[in-house]
Every structure is written in structure tokens, then in C-alpha cells.
Design a protein around this ligand. Sequence first.
Ligand code: AMP
Length: 565
Amino acid sequence: MIAGIDLGTTHSLVGVMESGFPILVSDGEGRRLTPSAVWFGADGEMLVGWPAMEKKEVDPSRVVTSVKRLIGRRANEKIEPNPDYPIGAGPGGWMSVLIDGQVLSPEKISSHILAKLKADLERSCGQVVDRAVITVPAYFNDAQRAATKRAGEMAGFVVERILAEPTAAALAYGLDRLGEKSRVAVYDLGGGTFDISILELNAGVFEVLATNGDTRLGGDDFDAALAAAWGLGVSDARQIKCALSERDSIEFSGKSYTRAVLESVCAPLLARTRAHCLRSLADARLEPADLNAVVLVGGATRMPMVRRFVAGIFGREPDTSQHPDEAVAIGAVIQAGILEGSVQNLTLLDVTPLSLGIETFGGLMNVIIPRNTTIPCKAGEMFTNAVANQSGMKITVLQGEREMARDNWPLGSMEVAFPPATKGQARLGVQFELDANGILHVLARDTATGRDTVIDIQSAVEVSDEAVEKMLGDSLEHAFEDMDERVFTEARLKAEEMLPAIDSALAQLGDGVPADVRAAILEIAGKARAAIASRSTGDLKKLLAELDTLTEPLAAALLEKAMAG
Ligand code: AMP
């Protein structure tokens, strides 16, 4: 038996397949949602779930909630809004919770929540369950996925799979009911994050075509905007917001609040989801009409304005058949069923949300696994030494969408040694393997000696949620200048190789080169050097092409001279 777990920011759920059906389990008191909260008492006592939430009023600095926002994050990243409990740097510079001088890692705290779910599940089904599928936001990076997996292991699970939440929601929706080949978009607007994914089912193979989103946009932002507009506290604003999903207006403390005002306040926030939807359609190379359904999940999609907005973008009424709070957990259970063999005729293929590559000469990003590649996957590339007698190479692994290495995130780097060789002789194979959990493993192999070096990825990741979102925005915003810089860098690298070679050919051939040809070559070479200095890409490319043509006879003459000599 394998458990399916939605380890949520505010709530978590657990379930298993039973007689071919996904079933969610309730705690001892009949509640399926367990608050993702842990209370740490002064005497070492600990409470998890609802009892921990009850301490929130009296002992807020000892109740850890929303720890998912901290997991896999570096201590120097900004966490907004700041939690009620103290946080700071733990071992290795990772963000940790500090209570009574104790350093508690977010994965340790998450493991307490997972252990509680495990206990509830085992009580309910009367047997030990020690394997699990755990969901994470599609945008979770390597460190966040790895930390979530460790949390599962600390709770006593073998983590069989880390699964993206929107993918889980689509599994719950059951694409297969739409026929042999079908496509759906999953629009997931939760408390803190927005995700949009497009999935396809084709002859039993379930594939994520594209995924996009904003890790800093959700119902909580609506609450903050409404609180400001109405001059209320955030929790009152949230209560009124939820009530206005059912009615046009309500009275609260003697005042009237209307859905019309709510919608005008929330409209600009909601509008931010449009670009992500359009981009995911473009990535999947689909028109809205190509979709068979648009599925809504996440608590905030209960708002009528969200439903209208989604209908407007996709040109169809969204499907609201899924329980907004439970769809992800149900999907995790179905994935567990696929893995244990109780759900058949279905294979799940997920994708990587950001490109992975390494830095090459001139500071360029060399993509090895492009964004939206189906995982698990392996890809590699061969590299060689740029200068003679070089005895090693620094491999820097990058994640991101920008053309220049410096604009992407370094995930890890390592100096790989090889025996000194003449230029272009050494061969280093770099292999990227992205496992089914979306976790990257990098191997560098010296093909001469067969020696492998594993590049450690975990230690260097330092990517905040905000930065992920910014990366995608920036890559669009800077697309033209980035491309220009890449083209310039490539032209410059070519010139840097060509110009010294021309000088050396002219010197070797001496009088063998007619004076007018020599003068013409030198003039263009001079202009090319000036074009490098002034960074004029267009000129440089043109001049290099001219040089190519002009120097053709030199190459032939050099060859002749060598044969004669
Ligand atoms: P989730 O993260 O999916 O649990 O979504 C939680 C978010 O949904 C929070 O921001 C809630 O305020 C919001 N939410 C829950 N119920 C409603 C409702 N009836 N109307 C509007 N928003 C809701």
C-alpha cells in the first residue's frame, strides 16, 4: 500500500487506494483536512494539527504554520509575510525555525506533520503504510523537492514519488474519461500560489505539455488588498470575501460589503494570471479550442469572478467538478495507485519547469535540458579544452531561461581535472539526469580515463520563489537584448580565434601575399577589432564574413607552402 499525500501550506491530506477507489482518510474526529501546524511546548511537548492550531491564540511564537514556505530556502532569502515564530540560519545556511535556542529544520517540522498523517492513515486502515507519494507545487526547485523528500523519509516513509500539484489535480479529474486523446488545463489558485498546467492523455500516457505560474499570488493577496480597501483586519476581510462568494452583499459589524466592490479590488490581482495562461498555451502550442476542459482547483477558485475570468481566457465554462481542497490529494492517491499497480493503463509523464544547462566559453548559457522536457530524462553534451595544456575545467550548472550564464542561477559548480592535452584534445562528457521527482543529478566523465565526477547540486541552490517567477518574466522582457548579447559573444569568440590566426598566416606567407590583398585584410581586421571594442554585433558579423572570403586564398597558399616545404 502506498499513501498519497498533499502536504499543503495551510492544510494537509492523506489517502490510499481502496478496492480500486481513491479514499481520503480522516483523523480520529472525522476531519479530513489536517492543519499543517506544529506546536513546540517549553517542556519538549509537541502537538500537531488541530491541537497545535488551538495554541495559536495563546502561544503564537511556538506554533509553526506555513513551514512549506521555508522548506529548501536559504536563510538570507526574504520570507513574506514574516511568520509569527522566530526564523534564522540553520546548519549549512538553510532557513530554519528557532525555538528555545533549538534549531528546527523545515523538513524536520514537515516530517512531524507527515508522521501524524501516517499515524492517522495506519489507524484507519489497520496496517503499516511506509511508502508515499507527496505533492509539491510545480514550481518547487531542486532544493525544495529534495527537502520535501527528506521530510517524508524522516517521517518513516520511502518516498516513491514527488508529484507536481497541478498534475495531481488533473489525475484526480480523470482525463481518461474524456476519451482516447484529450487535453485539459488545470487552473489552480490557492492561498499563496497560482499554477496553470496543460496536460494531455494519449492512449493511456498522461503527459504534462506545459506548466507556468506565480508563486506569489493567491487568495491571501486578495485578503490583504481587501483589508486595505475596507479598513479591516486580514482575517475579517477573508471571512467577508468567502461569504461574498455565495451572496452579492453582506452585513458585518453594522456595515455593508458588496461583491461588486470586492471584484473591483481583486480584479488587478486576478488579471496577473492571464499572461501565465497564455504562455502555457503557447508553450503547449495549443489554442483554447484545442482543450477538452479547463479544471478549477484551489480554494480561491470558489469566487465567481475567478470562474468568469477563466471562462473569458479559455472561451469555455470551467469545470468545477473537483473538490477545490481535495483534488490534489486524490491525485496523489491515484499516482500511488499507478505505482503500486492498482491503477492500470495509465502512465504519468511530468515536465521540468525551467531549463537546465551549464556555463560555456564567453559566459553563455548552454542548455542541456530545455524547459518543459518530460521527466525523467537524461541528456548530455561533450566539451573540450579551449586552450592547450589546460588541466581542468570548471563546470557550473545553471537553471533558468536567460541567454547569459550570469543571469541564470548557479545550482552547483565543480573543477573537473583531466590530463593536460593539446587544444581540443581533452574530452569531457557532461551528463544531466533529471529523475522522476524532478531532482537533478550531474555527472562529468573524462572520456580518456573514464573517470566520473559527481557534481554536488544540493549545496549551492539559492533560489527564492520570487526569483523563479522573476526569471520567467525577465526572460521574456530581455529576450531581444539577451539574444543580441549571445550573438555578439559568439561573434567575438569567433573573432578572437580568427584574428590571431590571420596575423600568423600573413607573417608566415610574407611576400607571398600581394600587397593590395594584405592591405585589404589588415584594414578589415582593424575594423573588426574596433567593432569588438564598440560592441557592434551587426558590423562584427559582416566584417568576419568579409574576412572569411578575403582570407580563403591564404589558407590555400599556406597548404601549398606546407606541401612544398
Ligand atoms: P488552498 O490553498 O487551495 O486551500 O486555498 C485557500 C485560499 O482559498 C485562501 O486564500 C482562502 O481564503 C480561499 N478561499 C477558500 N474558500 C473560499 C471562498 N468560498 N471564496 C473565496 N475564497 C476562498
